[in-house]
Ligand binder design. Structure first.
Ligand SMILES: [Fe+2]
Ligand SMILES: [Fe+2]
Length: 180
């Protein structure tokens, strides 16, 4: 199954709840591309730059799917906000050095993993959504890889205030992007 095999948005039996989730996915992927742009704007560390370029490539693919598939009317009206927030988060993390970048990405992806997992859970048993669920599963696997790659490089227990701030900020961002 390729990504372009997913039936057109209007042909799928999506609920208002699903559509809100998909709007937040698109917003999140747009933000994710910019997190790495923010990192790359600041960091001169070769390991960080390599890491950011590789992850950004994946996020670009995720975003390209939603850009091509999600109708304009269903997108968040606040895309410039999500992109700016992503860039600022990435740049801010990079100002504090390598470990801060890895801890930030590990925290973001921990959130994104749960976000995709919930949608997969709620959609997977519903007829007609198989191809979409398959794409979300694939994206989730990529995010898990990002999370583990970042956590391994950060090499700490992922505790502390910063990951909790990111988790809380992500919850707020998603709840706004689901609506607007
Ligand atoms: Fe992504
Ligand atoms: Fe990711």
């Amino acid at each position: 199954m390729a990504i372009h095999d997913v039936p057109k948005f209007g042909l799928l039996p999506l609920t208002a709840h699903d559509i809100a989730d998909l709007r937040s996915d698109h917003a999140g992927e747009a933000g994710a591309v910019m997190i790495y742009a923010g990192i790359l704007a600041i960091s001169r560390d070769p390991e960080v730059r390599q890491f950011a370029r590789e992850h950004q490539e994946t996020e670009r693919r995720h975003l390209a799917f939603f850009d091509a598939w999600l109708p304009a009317a269903r997108r968040s009206k606040l895309l410039p906000v999500w992109k700016s927030a992503g860039w600022i988060l990435g740049a801010f993390a990079a100002l504090w050095g390598k470990k801060s970048v890895f801890r930030t990405i590990a925290a973001v992806e921990t959130f994104v993993d749960r976000h995709y997992a919930e949608q997969i859970d709620s959609m997977q048993a519903r007829p007609g959504l198989e191809d979409l669920v398959e794409v979300l599963r694939r994206f989730r696997d990529d995010e898990l890889h990002h999370r583990d790659d970042a956590a391994e490089r950060a090499n700490d227990d992922r505790g502390g205030l910063w990951p909790r701030i990111i988790g809380a900020g992500s919850v707020v961002g998603v709840s706004i992007a689901r609506r607007i």
